[in-house]
Ligand binder design. Structure first.
Ligand code: NAD
Length: 494
């Protein structure tokens, strides 16, 4: 408890504005960082900002702790508890950082310029401008994959941003309230209360679990009329869900879903989406492919990532990116192949790792180390140059020897500083919540390869996510939300 108090006290103390923050130095190299997700923020956290003239550009002026986003769709967690304003952590940097809330629309890599748009919600107009860079980090993430399937963008809801979670929360309640409307048609009630999730990756599985919890713990108590018809179905094109987990945990998840009465439809590929049903292809009893209409009230689309247009456009300007499909191909130092002064981190970079928060945050931390070292190297090299000149003009042997000793020491330091190895990802494991207070975990660092599922794992999942939260403030808010949901149930207002 004392440790906890000290921790909280430190967190509150940390929130203060340091009075000695220096202004950005425009004579230094301009380092532009695009994005405020896992990659960019982890870079900013560890970057010595006094070495560069740092500019951050993102349409979102906050960092979002995405692992807990599925919990926001049902009100287990309020969205503000997992948001951390960029300004909150930028003001703790030694040298000030410029932040522009804007979307990068084009990167001209030859001119070394980023074009940005700021959409004003108040005036409803768009202001465009350009920001030049000497060094650029692209950490803009990815967009939702739809594979060009008709109707997805128009009718499905995604689960990537805060407003997606809010839209889902509203839609769930809208479906429940409309289903219980006076003289509602029985078929329509069934449709409205059919909650369909497409994509059996961790996003789809975690959301389906959270939604079923919401129904079991709260909805069915507050709106008993929906009990017989509320149903969650998870649709997945592959033969099983959670392909990145071990067979044992896949079986455990499928068994738990069965107990929770969530239907899993594997080997079922969605081909078309309308406002009231999806059309999915699956193998019939005779093995022949059949197309089936599945009516839905809520449709959540969680089929993974696609490349953002700004990234696609940058790739099209660089011949070395010609064969890359899933994002910006980078080398082992995360330099975008075919360039010298552009780096990429997170879901927009292709570095042979899965597009996860864990990879992005390690890449960001690596770049911070790299940039800090590069600045130190430059400072040491310019000092060495000065000393070499001083050695030539030294008045006597003693002075020359002194300078020589200093040069040797600087050369030694320089060799050490230059020794930064390539980026290596260290996989800490995979975790996913699967509903009814159970989670699955594939943890490689614990016992070689440790797979576990169940209630204990759920507490592990909770503490792991809590410790990964951005700030003490976030941690306290998340704990309060959990306690609130346990004591009073989730808020079912729309
Ligand atoms: P994903 O790419 O992991 O899974 C998407 C699934 O959708 C795939 O299994 C695919 O077969 C299926 N699919 C695609 N098109 C379909 C269609 N037309 N019909 C039916 N099914 C279809 O996507 P995700 O869950 O959003 O995850 C994205 C990335 O983020 C992954 O790398 C994942 O590991 C990571 N992530 C990890 C966690 C965690 O560790 N807890 C949580 C969320 C996301």
């Amino acid at each position: 408890a004392i440790g906890g108090l000290i921790y909280v006290g430190y967190g509150i103390f940390e929130m203060r504005h340091p009075p000695d923050q220096v202004d950005p130095d425009p004579s230094k190299k301009t380092l532009v960082i695009l994005g405020t997700g896992w990659g960019s923020v982890s870079l900013l956290k560890k970057l010595d900002t006094e070495n560069y003239n740092v500019v951050v550009i993102s349409p979102r002026n906050y960092f979002l702790f995405t692992p807990l986003l599925p919990s926001c769709t049902t009100g287990t967690i309020e969205h503000r508890s997992i948001m951390e304003p960029v300004r909150n952590f930028l003001r703790h940097k030694k040298a000030a950082v410029k932040f522009y809330e804007a979307e990068a629309t084009k990167i001209d890599y030859e001119k070394k310029v980023v074009y940005i748009n700021d959409e004003s919600e108040i005036k409803g107009d768009v202001t465009s401008t350009e920001v030049p860079f000497d060094m650029l980090v692209v950490g803009v993430g990815a967009e939702n994959a739809t594979f060009g399937i008709p109707g997805v963008r128009e009718h499905a809801l995604f689960l990537k941003e805060v407003n997606d979670a809010q839209a889902i929360r509203k839609r769930i309640m809208d479906c429940c309230e409309t289903a219980t409307f006076k003289n509602q048609d029985p078929e329509e009630i069934k449709r409205l209360l059919h909650m369909v999730v497409v994509g059996g990756g961790p996003t789809g599985v975690e959301f389906a679990g959270e939604l079923q919890d919401f129904f079991n713990n709260d909805l069915k108590k507050w709106i008993p009329d929906i009990t017989d018809n509320f149903h969650v179905t998870l649709v997945e094109a592959l033969p099983n869900v959670l392909p990145m987990f071990s067979k044992q945990l896949i079986d455990y998840t499928e068994k738990t879903f069965k107990e929770e009465t969530i239907t899993i439809r594997t080997k079922t590929m969605v081909k078309n989406v309308t406002d009231k049903y999806i059309e999915a292809e699956s193998a019939g009893p005779d093995g022949k492919k059949q197309l089936e209409k599945i009516p839905y009230g809520l449709l959540v689309w969680a089929t993974g990532n696609a490349v953002r247009p700004v990234v696609k456009d940058l790739m099209s300007q660089i011949p070395a990116q010609k064969d890359s499909r899933r994002g910006l191909a980078v080398n082992e130092y995360l330099v975008v192949k075919g360039t010298e002064n552009i780096w990429a981190v997170g879901d927009c970079a292709v570095a042979n790792y899965a597009p996860t928060a864990q990879v992005a945050s390690q890449e960001g931390a690596f770049l911070a180390r790299l940039f800090n070292q590069m600045a130190k190297t430059e400072a040491l090299e310019s000092r060495l140059k000065e000393l070499s000149e001083a050695q030539e003009t030294a008045p006597n042997k003693q002075a020359r020897d002194e300078v020589f000793t200093n040069i040797k020491e600087l050369q030694r330091q320089l060799r050490r500083v230059k020794q930064i190895g390539p980026f290596e990802y260290s996989h800490q494991g995979s975790l996913a919540y699967i509903g009814s207070e159970k989670a699955v975990a594939d943890i490689s660092w614990l016992t070689g390869n440790f797979a576990t599922g169940g209630t204990l794992t759920y507490f592990f999942w909770r503490s792991a996510y809590l410790s990964m939260c951005f700030s003490t403030r976030n941690r306290i808010l998340v704990i309060m939300d959990w306690v609130k949901a346990k004591l009073f149930g989730r808020d079912v207002s729309r």
